[in-house]
Write a protein that binds this ligand. Structure first.
Ligand SMILES: Cc1cc2nc3c(=O)[nH]c(=O)nc-3n(C[C@H](O)[C@H](O)[C@H](O)COP(=O)(O)OP(=O)(O)OC[C@H]3O[C@@H](n4cnc5c(N)ncnc54)[C@H](O)[C@@H]3O)c2cc1C
Length: 378
């Protein structure tokens, strides 16, 4: 068993850390307030190869692997979780196209996605009545001559407002999961409009919107993968995506623990730093232990994906455990700040708002437990 990072993984980690600490952390509170990620931040991610960490070099990616992707995600999330989710979805879209796309689709989208030209990629699976159960989706794609015509609405779409390419799931056949196909749709496609902007408790710098498709016409060549094979693509993409969200949760948790430790050393009550109190020490010890356990689960899932073996269960375990642990870590850090933790003066207030969604998106904790137990009971 080898727990050491490779030189390349360390380089990616250091590059992401440098960018996160120097350029992102100082403006993270402003991103949260303004509800917008500055263009230069997106450009910076692209320049560092962070929009296609696990995408082949021949397609414009960094080809640094899944472990490197997880490490980079942890660093970016520790500075700004909103930027991290934008990066996560763009990487997921890039990987889906690189994996399932035709040579033409790859050449058309991957280099521009990795290079930042398309700003971001967007993953349009969920609908108002189909979140945990995407098989219930109602958006349709109907064949019309050589084209497909997409009609319907999507809900909760990250980066929907500015993405240059959307991976869109739509029903092309029978009810349920078998009648779903997947399409690549350009951000400026006629008939595609951005709907309601969600007012979220956290991740406020990341745009989350509804999308409306009214007679959106795409050529037959926009079909990604097999006709009727969309559900399988979604499940495979989400398996990998869950490693990204586990890493995002870890990054936020690390930032919260760091801040909790620093505050505990400074804050004095009854004539002593609160760090001298066992109650606070135990919070710190539990947080460190849980984050380390979450990191090991996440790294295991990343290594398994990288080596090409089945990793669905391990990714679900990493995602459920990391997101729930990071939530507890943020809560303890806030508690150790006393009243100040409940104000915008300290970043723990943002961390706890941001971390909460990691238990919800890309499959809730309940859905992860279904994935884990179903695999064990097969
Ligand atoms: C900020 C944000 C960004 C998002 N970004 C995207 C995106 O970019 N693209 C995209 O496609 N989607 C996105 N989503 C959607 C997200 O993946 C869904 O919200 C999530 O899958 C849950 O679906 P739902 O909200 O419909 O909840 P529901 O499916 O209605 O679930 C409600 C509750 O019931 C539980 N539940 C449901 N079914 C079961 C079951 N069988 N057994 C036990 N419990 C169950 C759930 O765990 C949950 O607690 C985003 C969501 C948020 C909040």
């Amino acid at each position: 068993m080898q727990l050491e990072l490779t030189e390349e993984q360390k380089l990616v980690q250091q590059a992401a850390r440098g960018f996160a600490q120097d350029r992102l952390a100082p403006i993270a509170a402003q991103i949260d307030r303004d509800e917008k990620i500055p263009a230069e931040i997106l450009d910076g991610l692209a320049e560092l190869g962070l929009f296609g960490v696990n995408v082949p070099e021949s397609l414009g990616g960094a080809e640094a692997g899944v472990v490197a992707y997880s490490l980079a995600m942890q660093e970016i999330a520790a500075a700004c979780a909103s930027t991290a989710v934008t990066m996560a979805v763009t990487n997921m879209v890039g990987e889906v196209i690189a994996h399932f796309g035709t040579p033409e689709q790859r050449q058309r989208y991957n280099p521009r996605l990795c290079g930042g030209e398309l700003r971001a990629g967007s993953f349009a699976l969920s609908e108002a009545e189909a979140g945990s159960d995407p098989g219930a989706m109602r958006t349709t794609a109907t064949r019309d001559g050589d084209d497909w015509v997409i009609d319907g609405s999507k809900q909760w779409i990250t980066s929907g407002v500015f993405a240059g390419v959307f991976v869109v799931w739509a029903r092309t056949g029978e009810e349920g999961t078998k009648g779903i196909s997947c399409f690549l749709v350009d951000g400026d496609a006629p008939g595609l409009t951005v709907g309601k902007h969600e007012e979220k408790m956290g991740l406020r710098g990341s745009s989350t919107t509804a999308l409306h498709f009214e007679g959106v016409r795409v050529p037959a060549s926009a079909l990604l993968g097999q006709l009727g094979g969309g559900f399988k693509i979604a499940m495979m993409a989400l398996d990998g995506g869950r490693i990204g969200i586990a890493s995002q949760a870890l990054g936020i948790g690390e930032a919260a623990l760091r801040e909790g430790i620093s505050y505990a050393k400074d804050r004095r009550t009854f004539g002593e730093p609160i760090a001298n109190r066992q109650a606070i020490q135990w919070m710190i010890a539990d947080s460190r232990t849980e984050l380390d356990a979450a990191r090991l689960l996440t790294m295991r899932a990343a290594c398994m994906k990288e080596s090409g073996v089945r990793f669905s269960r391990q990714a679900a375990m990493a995602k459920a455990y990391a997101s729930e642990s990071a939530w507890k870590v943020c809560d303890r850090a806030l508690q150790s700040h006393g009243g100040y933790g409940y104000t915008k003066e300290y970043a723990v207030e943002r961390y706890i708002r941001d971390v909460r969604v990691t238990r919800i998106y890309e499959g809730t904790s309940e859905i992860q437990r279904i994935v884990i137990s179903r695999d064990l009971l097969r």
